[in-house]
Design a protein around this ligand. Structure first.
Ligand code: DGY
Length: 434
């Protein structure tokens, strides 16, 4: 284990850039990604607190004037990635960052609970609290952005307008939305498939949909109200909302620790109450025994079980009885003897693909979320299995981006997929090893 720890640190340090941020993976992802950045900071906190702080500081430095935090901060002109800043043109938004070019979409709101984790891990608590004090209002402003701009019906459930905002980019959950659209065939040069085998990445036709959604937002200068009106993709995602709720809870704790902020705490409590209630009422599918996505554009639930379905455990959203139903569903569909936990998509569904990005492979960040979620409800044995499985997969394949969940893959080739020397696999392993 000591050797594994050493290798994880090497991966992270090699991906740390002079500009004060960490790339997810060389070549494939050459900039700073929002949720990657958060998970990476948790890893750094275990051995180099200053780097952890630098990572979060640089992410928050790219925040827009309306509180928005973009999904990619383009710190350089690297052209090994498509679509780059010239495609996104987020500077069309009047309140976009004047300092950094970025995308005009976001990613799951991890920053609140990441600050809390950094505080939990830090040895020098006073020093970390000083850092929290300097940065917490930016994270709060990000939540204000979400509740004010991404929740048109005041449900306490925010929407995403692009699959890249979910983080689970090509999940089969989106397939039925793609079939409501008919985007043009774009001419462009894929860069991802020059780094990674095409069988492990989204298809060209899927990319046409991704680009078309950006074009709609761009045409309206990334105006949230216009996007809510016009985007064919408008989804209330259980993972995204669970992370927002978890981060609200974290902000409440952190504000208390730094001496309190009455108004902000009151608002956070109001959000929590409404968000948790409507999350349980709207996103739980009792027939499937799992939380599901809701298609806000077409007014219907998207009835599939994915690893996102279990993420509410992390944010203390279900009561104990419902948590037991969730875990039963997880073990029945995802937890069979021949499998490592936890596939990203239902292995019993015909859309499952064990090698293709978010259509089935195991992701270490989701396992990390699940591990702490299961602990919250005292499913200690299953939590321990998730922890051990995560370590075993990295031992089997290396620090890859995603992993085949099958114990016996029948493959002669390696079964870790996507980018190699992937930062959050290394960072979260450091947290899981302790
Ligand atoms: C990609 O390009 O696949 C990224 O994951 C988008 O965030």
């Amino acid at each position: 284990k000591e050797n594994l720890r050493k290798r994880a640190i090497e991966v992270l340090d090699a991906n740390f850039q002079e500009g004060g941020f960490t790339i997810p993976s060389k070549g494939l992802y050459p900039f700073q990604w929002k949720w990657d950045s958060g998970f990476i900071a948790i890893g750094f906190a275990h051995y180099d607190v200053e780097k952890a702080k630098t990572e979060i500081h640089s992410l928050l430095d790219a925040q827009w004037e309306n509180g928005f935090i973009p999904h990619i901060v383009f710190h350089s002109d690297n052209d090994s990635y498509f679509p780059g800043p010239d495609f996104h043109q987020s500077e069309r938004h009047p309140l976009s960052s004047k300092k950094y070019r970025s995308t005009g979409m976001t990613q799951p709101p991890v920053t609140g609970f990441v600050l809390q984790e950094m505080y939990r891990i830090a040895e020098d608590k006073q020093d970390m609290l000083a850092f929290v004090k300097d940065h917490i209002d930016k994270v709060y402003a990000n939540h204000v952005y979400f509740y004010e701009n991404r929740d048109p019906h005041n449900e306490g459930l925010v929407y995403i307008y692009h699959n890249w905002e979910s983080g689970t980019d090509n999940s089969p959950v989106w397939d039925d939305i793609w079939s409501t659209m008919n985007p043009p065939e774009y001419t462009f040069e894929r860069r991802d498939t020059t780094h990674v085998d095409a069988s492990q990445r989204p298809t060209k036709r899927e990319y046409d949909h991704y680009l078309y959604l950006i074009d709609i937002a761009k045409e309206h200068n990334y105006d949230d109200a216009r996007i809510a009106e016009l985007s064919p993709f408008l989804v209330q995602d259980p993972l995204f909302n669970a992370m927002l709720i978890k981060s609200n809870e974290a902000l409440l704790e952190l504000y208390k620790l730094i001496g309190g902020n009455g108004d902000k705490e009151k608002t956070l409590q109001q959000w929590q109450k409404m968000s948790i209630r409507n999350f349980n009422n709207k996103l739980f599918d009792s027939e499937l025994g799992a939380y599901v996505h809701y298609d806000l554009r077409n007014g219907k639930p998207i009835r599939f079980v994915s690893s996102s379905s279990f993420s509410p455990l992390f944010a203390n959203i279900p009561d104990q009885e419902r948590a037991e139903i969730l875990v039963k569903t997880m073990m029945e569909r995802f937890g069979g003897e021949g499998k490592y936990l936890c596939a990203s998509f239902d292995p019993t569904n015909e859309r499952f693909n064990p090698k293709k990005y978010w259509r089935g492979p195991v992701w270490i960040n989701m396992n990390w979320v699940l591990y702490y979620g299961l602990k919250n409800y005292r499913f200690d044995e299953i939590a321990e299995r998730v922890r051990q499985d995560s370590i075993a997969l990295i031992e089997r394949d290396g620090f890859f981006e995603y992993f085949d969940c099958r114990k016996d893959t029948g493959e002669s080739q390696r079964t870790g997929y996507g980018g190699n020397n992937f930062s959050w696999s290394a960072a979260l392993l450091l947290d899981l090893l302790k």
